[in-house]
Design a protein around this ligand. Structure first.
Ligand SMILES: [Zn+2]
Length: 454
């Protein structure tokens, strides 16, 4: 054991004594997180306030409620005004098709930003599209018809975020591309890694489209069923009815909660997630978990008297889902105020068991962060990758900023993501708390050993 410690100490450049002390300190962080479960209690409070679609009262109320929480913990807080789009879903969507005289109801929900169908609904034949190459070869097949994108997430990916990334195009530009071929509507397969009856919504764009057409997500279960039935009857007619509207944009807020550093207050470590969510669930994993991870991590350090030399900022970013408005405002304001961010951390990949981190930083810093792995491995945190860090903090990107994203286990994330299933019951308190403790341990180690770019 001694030999191992000496070897590890040699690798990390720490003395054996320091190594032993740090191991105990980090253990205390994880123990406190698992024992108190404060982050989970806050997540209960947050999800109890409902879904937090950007522009909704619920989203703004959530920011204000957590400003009060942060105030009560002794943070210095501010709300930063953010102008956000205000899209509302309207009454529940309806869809069905008829086959051999029988009507089959299917679960659909409008994609975020979609226009409405005519009030009486839209009925048309359906053309299934299984690749964009196929779409490219189409001439008039989509004219007056509904484009049904049916491209499953590839189950071969170990990290499901890559499967999501390679399938998301059908949702994001599906309507835009189908409208160019004369389609009158879009039904896009939900981006879910399992077969389930829940539609998964998400953002889409009409940018550059001559013709806007309504677009909805269909559950994977019903996408499979529709695909089968289309083979039996390619002429079957599909009915969809939805009435979302784009209202005037509104003012909402980022929450910025700060604790001044004791020795290097001018250097700022920022950690955050996005407070807005989709409206179908309560955004428990996406990204209530990330916001609570961030607040919880700083709370843990404060409780255990481990606050860093540098200033800590927790930011709840408003409106990641509809265009990163909050992150852009935060970056702009920071620039104007001359805020010197040295480390930016983000949690926006769910509240499942943390498996690792992903880093964006100069090579020399990445080498040093990799050496911290020994401290976190006992807690299952061992995958140190360089595959981005986070959408919100990416707005702060600069050559000397160390960016880190938490990487929880991803296998179940896309079963709930953007659907009615993204609720507190899907979050395990221990798994969530391990994420908070991991972020707290990282802040502690990075600050203590000055693992920042100079
Ligand atoms: Zn998110």
């Amino acid at each position: 054991m001694k030999k191992l410690l000496v070897l590890t100490a040699f690798i990390t450049g720490l003395s054996v004594q320091a190594q032993t002390d740090e191991t105990a300190t980090i253990k205390s962080i994880y123990t406190h997180a698992l024992t108190k479960q404060q982050g989970y209690e806050w997540l209960r409070k947050l999800t109890g306030m409902g879904g937090r679609l950007a522009g909704s009262d619920e989203a703004t109320e959530a920011v204000k409620a957590f400003q009060k929480v942060a105030d009560s913990l002794g943070f210095t807080t501010q709300l930063q005004e953010v102008t956000v789009p205000h899209w509302v879903r309207g009454p529940k969507e309806a869809a069905y098709y008829t086959l051999n005289g029988q009507r089959y109801e299917v679960a659909v929900r409008a994609l975020g930003g979609s226009i409405a169908t005519p009030a009486e609904g839209l009925t048309a034949e359906v053309v299934e599209i299984t690749s964009f190459e196929q779409l490219d070869t189409m001439t008039d097949e989509l004219e007056g018809r509904i484009a049904f994108y049916n491209m499953p997430m590839d189950p071969a990916f170990i990290n499901t975020f890559f499967a999501y990334g390679s399938a998301v195009k059908q949702r994001y530009v599906g309507a835009l591309e189908a409208s160019k071929k004369g389609a009158v509507g879009v039904v896009a397969r939900s981006l879910s890694s399992s077969i389930n009856p829940y539609p998964h919504t998400g953002s889409m764009t009409y940018a550059g489209a001559d013709q806007q057409i309504p677009a909805c997500a269909i559950s994977t279960l019903h996408a499979e069923q529709l695909s089968r039935d289309l083979k039996a009857n390619p002429k079957l007619e599909f009915f969809m009815q939805m009435a979302p509207r784009e209202l005037d944009s509104v003012v909402s807020y980022n929450l910025v909660a700060e604790i001044k550093g004791s020795e290097k207050p001018e250097e700022v470590i920022v950690i955050g997630g996005h407070i807005d969510s989709w409206d179908l669930g309560t955004g428990a994993h996406d990204d209530g978990a990330g916001c609570m991870h961030s607040l919880d991590a700083v709370w843990l350090l404060k409780e255990l008297d481990l606050l860093p030399k540098r200033t800590l900022r927790v930011v709840f970013f408003m409106n990641e889902e509809f265009g990163l408005n909050g992150a852009k405002v935060y970056a702009q304001r920071s620039k104007e105020e001359g805020i010197d961010h040295v480390i930016a951390m983000e949690s926006d990949a769910g509240g499942f068991t943390p498996r690792g981190i992903s880093m964006v930083a100069p090579d020399s810093i990445i080498t040093r962060i990799r050496k911290l792995r020994d401290y976190l491995e006992p807690y299952g945190v061992h995958e140190f990758s360089e595959t981005g860090a986070g959408a919100d903090i990416s707005q702060l990107k600069s050559d000397d900023l160390v960016m880190i994203g938490l990487r929880p286990d991803s296998h179940r994330y896309f079963e709930v993501h953007h659907s009615s299933q993204d609720v507190l019951a899907q979050v395990n308190a221990r798994e969530l708390e391990l994420g908070s403790a991991t972020l707290a341990a990282l802040i502690y180690l990075l600050d203590k050993y000055d693992i920042v770019a100079l």
